[in-house]
Write a protein that binds this ligand. Structure first.
Ligand code: THU
Length: 172
C-alpha cells in the first residue's frame, strides 16, 4: 500500500509579516552570525533559541581543522540552552546565514539531519514543540511548528529498547 505524508508550514513574504517575537528572534539569529567560526567553509550560520521563559540563547557554527569535529549553529544553540538553562523548555529556533561573500544566504538554511535529531530530543524532553523559523535573503521566510514536520519517522529513545527508554524518562 502506498501512503503519503503531507507537511504543512507557514510562509511569510517578509519579516514584517511575522509575529513580533518570531521577527525579533530572526533578528537575533542574524546577530548570532557574527560569532560564527567558519574559516574552512566560509559559510557563517547563526541560530537563536527562544526559551519558554522568554530568555534567548545564541549559537553559531564552530568549525575545526579536523572537519567532522565542528558543529552546526543549531546544535551549538540548543546544547548551550540545555547546558545553561536546564529544565527550561525551548520554544523556538530561528536560523540565518551568510555566504563566503558576506551576503545573506539566498535560500532559508534548513537544519541538517543530525541537528533535527537533536532538536527533536529537546522537544521530547520538554514535551512541547519547537517552532523553527528559517530565513533566506531572496526567498520567503518559512516556519515549521515542531520538528516532526522536518523529521518524520523519527528515531526515538524507545528505539534503544525498553530499558533505555525508561532511563531516558527518569533523566528528563
Ligand atoms: N551549517 C550550520 O551551521 N547549519 C546548517 O543548517 C547547515 C550547515 C554549517 C556547518 C558548516 O560549518 C558550514 O555550515 C558548511 O556546511
Amino acid at each position: 500500500m502506498r501512503k503519503a505524508i503531507t507537511i504543512d508550514y507557514e510562509e511569510y513574504d517578509d519579516e514584517r509579516a511575522l509575529p513580533a517575537e518570531d521577527a525579533a528572534l530572526l533578528q537575533q539569529a542574524r546577530r548570532c552570525v557574527a560569532n560564527a567560526y567558519a574559516p574552512y567553509s566560509g559559510f557563517r550560520v547563526g541560530a537563536a533559541v527562544r526559551l519558554a521563559n522568554g530568555d534567548t540563547v545564541c549559537g553559531s557554527n564552530q568549525e575545526n581543522a579536523a572537519f567532522p569535529s565542528g558543529l552546526c549553529a543549531e546544535r551549538v544553540a540548543v546544547f548551550a540552552a540545555g547546558a545553561n538553562h536546564p529544565g527550561v523548555p525551548i520554544a523556538a529556533l530561528a536560523v540565518a546565514a551568510q555566504s563566503a561573500d558576506g551576503q545573506a544566504a539566498d535560500y532559508p538554511i534548513s537544519p541538517c539531519g543530525a541537528c533535527r535529531e537533536s532538536l527533536m530530543e529537546y522537544e521530547r524532553r520538554y514535551g512541547q514543540p519547537i517552532r523553527v523559523i528559517l530565513q533566506g535573503a531572496r526567498h520567503k521566510i518559512v516556519v515549521f511548528e515542531g520538528i516532526e514536520r522536518l523529521l518524520p519517522f523519527q528515531f526515538e529513545a524507545d528505539g534503544i529498547g525498553a530499558e533505555g527508554a525508561e532511563k531516558v524518562k527518569k533523566e528528563r
